[in-house]
Design a protein around this ligand. Structure first.
Ligand code: GTP
Length: 189
């Protein structure tokens, strides 16, 4: 690898962390994790929020964990969200559990066209209660809302489950961008 000695390697377009910051472009920071079964659309959801783009075509499952930063403004306050995209596959669970305790907010996704991803939400909530902070903010999201002809989970079913656990609920589409920003802004509040 080449580069300036001592430079911090970062993603394209993301400013490296400096300490102390010369002129911070944000007032607060927050860690958010995306959780849910493999294939529900967590990576696409994050890319849609970060870059306004949709990754169609071949599905490449996340290996372990990955993150991106984005600054949002909520009620005039600039919040730098560090968003962790976790692998939904069972074999990576032990890796991702270690990150739960640092998260202030969790976006828990299921796919409205996949019943098992919805049925597994209870198990995800059990894991969350085991590994995350007590006061973590949780939001339930029914993703792929653009695929209405293949829908198997009704909107009301998502609402009922969310009400049972006392968490807010939205249907979203990482493809069209529907409610993607709204979900992040709601948990950033
Ligand atoms: N139509 C539609 N397809 C979506 C949407 N979100 C994701 N997809 C597709 O669903 C597949 C899986 O998306 P990913 O974002 O990779 O899923 P993931 O939850 O990150 O999967 P893991 O990394 O294995 O946990 C891809 O083929 C996406 O193109 C959506 O909102 N609408």
């Amino acid at each position: 690898m080449t580069g300036t000695p001592g430079a911090v390697a970062t993603r394209d377009g993301e400013a490296p962390e400096r300490s102390p910051p010369c002129s911070p472009s944000y007032d607060l920071t927050g860690k958010v994790m995306l959780l849910g079964d493999t294939g529900v659309g967590k990576t696409c959801f994050l890319i849609q929020f970060k870059d306004g783009a949709f990754l169609s075509g071949t599905f490449i499952a996340t290996v372990g964990i990955d993150f991106r930063n984005k600054v949002v403004t909520v009620d005039g306050v600039r919040v730098k969200l560090q968003i962790w995209d976790t692998a939904g596959q069972e074999r990576f669970r032990s890796v991702t559990h270690a990150y739960y305790r640092d998260a202030q907010a969790l976006l828990l996704l299921y796919d409205i066209t996949n019943k098992s991803s919805f049925d597994n939400i209870r198990a995800w909530l059990t894991e969350i209660h085991e590994y995350a902070q007590r006061d973590v903010v949780i939001m339930l999201l029914g993703n792929k809302a653009d695929m209405s002809s293949e829908r198997v989970i009704r909107s009301e079913d998502g609402e009922t489950l969310a009400r049972e656990y006392g968490v807010p609920f939205l249907e979203t589409s990482a493809k069209t961008g529907m409610n993607v920003e709204l979900a992040f802004l709601a948990i950033a509040k």
